[in-house]
Design a protein around this ligand. Structure first.
Ligand SMILES: Nc1ncnc2c1ncn2[C@@H]1O[C@H](COP(=O)(O)OP(=O)(O)O)[C@@H](O)[C@H]1O
Ligand SMILES: [Mg+2]
Length: 341
């Protein structure tokens, strides 16, 4: 299983093929500069725990977000996603475990961590009584963007999210999708290396969701920033995230690329459907899992390719629906959606 697996960098996820070169024992030639240490992960959590009284909201989370990737923290309502995100942003302390952002300890170097990140909280953070430009300018001041750069940076951030033309209008006249993009601009104005988005598309219609994601991707492509996003929309994570962690009851239940997670479930299903015949010796070179859908059971109907939601249901086990609500129908979701929409 891929639980807690951080799997160090390894090529294109889609191929699944190993691209690691074999280790060479040879010492570097004299005069060769020492190989520089690999860059730190954008986010590292080790044994992160956070409890509200008796509620263990985050219950021992280990994960590593690599620089430049879009990493999705997925899970139903109450899984602990927002609490984990708040610990990473330093808005909550780290009572147990360790959190680092680009190598900086979130407990001991809070200001250094804060300077590196932009944060779009789950709750509304735009002021309806201000214009789009005024909202972004407020964040530029709060995040200490140099005074002489502010106007240009505010303009660039609004441009990046497609709100340049609407910048002079009050935010209360914006649609839900525009408000989310405005909040994105607020988070981008400080040019963060790590953008953290908590349910950025909650309650939006499909066109607005796509638009939010397209702007996130365009900014990422232009700047190389890392994106850590929480969502309970599995389809969205599948489409836009390089890797995902599936979180349930405060723990990471699986971690990998969407392709890897689906392939692993296909393999588990195949193993359950076709128990290995006792006489057949396994081929020594055979891969542990194969992403190809099963075609070796002609007497059975073909297996449908699993979705990420299928993977979640498989790794979360029983209790998903009655304990946590469905992925969509949750009260706090609606509360935020109402306020945004
Ligand atoms: N301020 C709080 N006080 C008490 N319990 C909380 C508070 N915030 C969250 N919780 C509880 O912590 C758990 C995780 O919540 P949260 O991190 O918001 O999950 P998610 O973002 O995945 O929906 C839930 O059981 C929730 O009820
Ligand atoms: Mg949340």
């Amino acid at each position: 299983m891929t639980t807690d697996d951080e799997g160090r960098p390894g090529g294109t996820p889609a191929s699944g093929g190993p691209d690691r070169a074999p280790r060479t024992p040879a010492a570097p030639a004299p005069g060769t500069p020492a190989p520089s240490a690999p860059p730190p992960d954008a986010v590292t959590c080790r044994g992160l725990r956070y409890a509200f009284g008796e509620t263990r909201a985050v219950d021992g989370v280990d994960l590593a977000v690599r620089p430049g990737e879009v990493f999705g923290l997925l899970g139903p309502n109450g899984a602990g996603k927002t609490t984990a995100i708040r610990c990473i942003t330093t808005l909550l302390p780290v009572p147990e475990g360790m959190v680092r952002v680009f190598g900086h300890d979130a407990s001991r170097e809070r200001m250094a961590v804060r300077r590196l990140l932009g944060y779009v909280p789950q709750q509304l953070s735009a002021d309806a009584g201000l214009t789009g430009r005024e909202n972004v300018a407020l964040f530029a001041r709060v995040f200490d963007v140099a005074r002489r750069e502010r106007a240009a940076r505010v303009g660039q951030a609004l441009e990046a999210v497609g709100l340049a033309d609407a910048a002079g209008r009050l935010a209360k006249t914006y649609s839900g999708g525009m408000i989310r993009r405005l909040e994105l601009a607020q988070a981008l104005v400080s040019a963060p290396r790590l953008l953290m988005l908590d349910e950025p598309t909650i309650g939006l219609d499909p066109i607005a969701r796509t638009s939010v994601w397209e702007h996130i991707n365009a900014v990422r492509a232009a700047t190389g920033m890392t994106v850590l996003v929480t969502t309970h929309y599995m389809d969205e994570a599948d489409q836009y995230c390089d890797r995902v962690a599936l979180m349930h009851h405060g723990r990471i239940r699986a971690l990998g690329t969407p392709d890897e997670l689906r392939a692993a479930l296909s393999a588990r299903r195949r193993a359950a459907r076709n128990p290995a015949p006792p006489t057949t010796a396994p081929s020594p070179g055979a891969p542990a899992t194969s992403p190809a859908p099963s075609s070796s059971a002609p007497s059975r109907p073909p297996e449908t390719a699993p979705t990420l939601e299928d993977v979640f249901r498989d790794v979360a086990g029983s209790g998903l629906d009655e304990q946590s609500g469905d992925f969509r129908d949750v009260r706090s979701t609606r509360r935020t959606a109402n306020r945004v929409g």
